[in-house]
Design a protein around this ligand. Structure first.
Ligand code: PMP
Length: 435
């Protein structure tokens, strides 16, 4: 009968490809859901809660409703011509090198897909990829999905100068430890400067150290620079590709989402030598093929404006970090005031803070597999309505418990949102200590 037939027809063989083994959990899926369910104030995931600049939304409206109805159709696979042209012009200026829009630039579906293309294009079964901790969490599963082996090296916190707040600059690589991770099997290193989650902006000396090792061991550098414009206190973002011997072995990754405060548009790019980008194109043409034409067109118009205003006070790339620096300072001050010691970020729109003083209110679970900060962040969103991200999510499994008394805040938020977060913490602090 029908029932026994359909029982027989049921699949019994394993369906999951082996490469998905152990990478099914995703911190964003989990914490975004928690924030949506419980939070009144969300400083968790990294996106602004204020509008993007008018010039960009106007460009999008023109792209969407203007005369050129062809913007609703497919465009060139590796990037809409106006966008790759302006990106090539812009990066030629930044890198002091003549770039060809067709071969040195490729547009991707956010920086996320750019990363995916890199790992798929460069990493073979058994290749090692060095990842500096703490790291944007997707690097690890993406390396594994390509058959590679992630090799981790942590930034180690140094005690701050007397009486000072810790800075993201106090988190440093140990040169000997870094050197010890390079081997015959090393295919690539992932660099993320400015770094999510710490906000560390790598110094020239630190970049030189990495560059020298890459050259010595003939290793590629996947340079995630999505926060390149978000640097504070007059710091300079240095592109590792501009150091001697590095252009030829580096892929620069960028994001319009982070650059123009439009994370939902999912437009990203890669910049690099053709000998590397040609392989990214192979992955791209066999996976997503291209990303939304109208979004690419609007981003192209945004870059055109920024090219014309380059270095001028009206430039968004100057104004936006200025605004963010004020928000950073405000959040640093209000976290410090309640005793949630902030690590002052030199860049990005993230700030990591020490939760040790608030631990007593959040039950400890002895022998739990889950790092303390993860339980803390879940408790806080459920009981206080404030969403953040535990720092341990940015470490590999083996190191998670060593860095489990910090949480990450995103400060690309309206003043009212930051104030509401600060009010929650102040009230909590008062409940603990009495008025
Ligand atoms: N790299 C880093 C370091 C990030 O923080 C993010 C986004 N949080 C991405 C890449 C992905 O960027 P996109 O939204 O453009 O895919």
């Amino acid at each position: 009968n029908f029932l026994s037939l359909s029982l027989q027809a049921k699949m019994s063989r394993p369906v999951q490809a082996q490469r998905l083994e152990g990478i099914d959990k995703n911190i964003w899926v989990e914490f975004v859901k928690l924030a949506a369910t419980y939070s009144t104030v969300n400083l968790g995931q990294g996106f602004p809660d204020f509008p993007p600049p008018d010039f960009l939304t106007e460009a999008a409206a023109r792209a969407l409703g203007g005369e050129n109805h062809m913007l609703h159709q497919y465009t060139r696979a590796f990037g809409h011509p106006p966008l790759v042209k302006v990106l090539a012009q812009f990066f030629s200026k930044l890198l002091g090198r003549d770039l060809d829009p067709m071969t040195n630039v490729m547009v991707t579906v956010g920086a996320y897909q750019a990363l995916f293309c890199c790992f798929q294009a460069f990493v073979d079964e058994g290749d090692e990829v060095i990842i500096i901790e703490p790291f944007f969490d997707c690097y690890e599963p993406m390396v594994k999905m390509a058959g590679g082996l992630p090799v981790f090296v942590p930034l180690r916190p140094q005690a701050p100068k007397d009486g000072k707040l810790m800075s993201s600059a106090d988190w440093q690589l140990d040169p000997a430890e870094l050197a010890s991770k390079f081997s015959e099997q090393t295919k690539a290193i992932v660099l993320n400067s400015p770094n999510n989650p710490l906000g560390k902006v790598f110094s020239r000396g630190e970049l030189q150290l990495i560059a020298d090792l890459c050259v010595k061991h003939d290793v590629l550098c996947i340079s995630d620079e999505v926060y390149e414009w978000l640097v504070y206190d007059g710091k300079e973002h240095i592109r590792i590709a501009s150091l001697r011997g590095m252009w030829d072995r580096t892929v620069i990754i960028g994001s319009a989402g982070k650059t123009f405060s439009v994370t939902g548009w999912k437009v990203g790019w890669t910049v690099g030598p053709n000998r590397l980008l040609q392989h990214l194109r192979t992955v791209h043409q066999n996976s997503v093929y291209h990303c939304a034409t109208v979004a690419q067109d609007a981003v192209a118009q945004g870059f055109q404006r920024e090219l014309e205003l380059y270095g001028k006070p009206e430039s968004y790339f100057i104004q936006f970090p200025k605004e963010l620096q004020q928000k950073r300072d405000w959040l640093v001050q209000s976290l410090d005031a309640v005793g949630m010691k902030p690590i002052v970020p030199e860049g990005t729109y993230f700030l990591v803070a020490d939760i040790s003083e608030f631990k007593s209110d959040v039950p400890d679970v002895p022998d739990s597999d889950e790092p303390y900060d993860s339980r803390f962040a879940k408790w806080m969103v459920k009981n206080k309505g404030l969403a953040t991200i535990p720092l341990s999510s940015f470490f590999c499994g083996a190191h998670k418990n060593n860095y489990s008394h910090f949480i990450r805040f995103c400060f690309a938020k309206e003043e009212a949102t930051l104030k509401a977060a600060s009010d929650i913490l102040q009230k909590w602090k008062q409940e603990k200590t009495g008025p």
